[in-house]
Design a protein around this ligand. Structure first.
Ligand code: FAD
Ligand code: A2P
Length: 275
């Protein structure tokens, strides 16, 4: 319980005395800017893979600082996993990056979001298109048997500036075929296409460029996107999302929603400065 002090000494009110407190069970730092962590799951929390919740910590006065976070774990998991940025002066993540097992965080158990399979029409292939921490909702969807029941092929395109920033996704994807719970569903259906844009690596380039040039289709031996069979989910910065939307519309896909399923859906991975 000593660990509780590392976070809670910063605050007037211990998290444990607040409603919706959950206990941190595991923390892994991937880079100086990225970490993932797991927390206990409220028994009553039901969510659809791809949705997000509000999580946070109290400020100096005990007032909760809450931010939207995609749940990175699948809906069948006993715990909840999150994948987070560390913003040096960020109100939440300047504190959150110091959590350790045994600490507590606030979690509002009201999941919402557009990156859900229900918001797409039936199809043959599904494309998960993400930059940075935008891979978090797909970390959930890639571990959901329903994804593989609904689609013959699942293509995960993830792009970051540097190789180390891909590592969380890479380890997750590589572990899936052998996973005792999800491995048999994944089979050979999941194709992974990680790229970097600023550091030299095996595969490079922006997702938008690799789609419009046709490079990703050639590299993976796939037919180009077509609205009859292809579905897509997009999660990145606002600029990324806007550019990918144009590319998808160019292939003839239309944006859907929970209330009106179509060929693709989009969610922001974060709200940018001034937006
Ligand atoms: P803030 O004041 O919230 O942000 C400060 C600045 O940091 C922002 O203006 C932006 O320029 C930058 N920034 C914030 N988040 C990111 C990010 N993820 N990647 C790159 N730059 C960023 N964040 C996660 O780390 N993981 C998630 O799974 C996640 N899911 C989200 C889901 C939704 C629907 C939305 C809207 C946001 C999500 N975010 C996620 C962003 C998150 O809500 C916070 O913005 C982030 O944790 C930083 O909080 P902060 O208080 O430290 O700084
Ligand atoms: P690039 O290095 O060419 O800008 P960021 O760290 O700025 O959020 O970017 C994460 C990744 O997303 C980077 O590889 C970046 O490529 C890429 N990216 C940023 N903006 C766009 C965009 N508008 N369209 C496609 N890719 C983008």
């Amino acid at each position: 319980m000593n660990d509780l002090r590392t976070v809670n000494d910063l605050t007037a009110r211990p998290v444990g005395t607040m409603p919706d407190a959950q206990t941190v069970t595991h923390v892994h730092h991937w880079t100086e800017r990225l970490f993932s962590f797991r927390v206990t799951r409220p028994k009553s929390l039901r969510f659809r893979s791809g949705e997000f919740v509000m999580i946070g910590l109290p400020d100096e006065r005990g007032k909760p600082i809450l931010r939207a976070y995609s749940i990175a774990s699948p809906s069948w998991d006993e715990e909840l996993e999150f994948y987070s940025i560390k913003v040096p002066d960020g109100p939440l993540t300047s504190r959150l990056q110091h959590i350790r097992p045994g600490d507590q965080i606030i979690l509002r158990p009201k999941p919402v979001g557009t990156l859900v399979l229900d918001a797409l029409l039936p199809g043959r292939r599904i494309w998960f298109l993400a930059t940075g921490t935008g891979i978090a909702p797909f970390a959930s969807l890639m571990r959901d048997p329903e994804t593989y029941e609904k689609f013959d092929q699942v293509i995960m395109m993830h792009t970051c500036r540097e190789v180390a920033e891909l590592e969380y996704g890479r380890q997750l994807v590589e572990s899936l075929p052998e996973d005792p719970l999800i491995g048999e569903f994944v089979g050979g259906k999941l194709k992974y296409y990680p790229t970097t844009t600023r550091e030299e690596s095996v595969r490079m380039g922006r997702i938008t460029d690799n789609l419009t040039s046709g490079k990703v289709f050639a590299d993976l031996g796939l037919a180009p996107m077509d609205p009859a069979g292809d579905r897509a989910m997009v999660c990145g910065s606002l600029a990324f999302n806007l550019d990918v939307k144009k590319v998808l519309e160019g292939f003839g896909l239309r944006e859907g929603a929970n209330s009106e399923p179509r060929e693709y859906v989009v969610e922001k991975a974060f709200v940018g400065d001034g937006i």
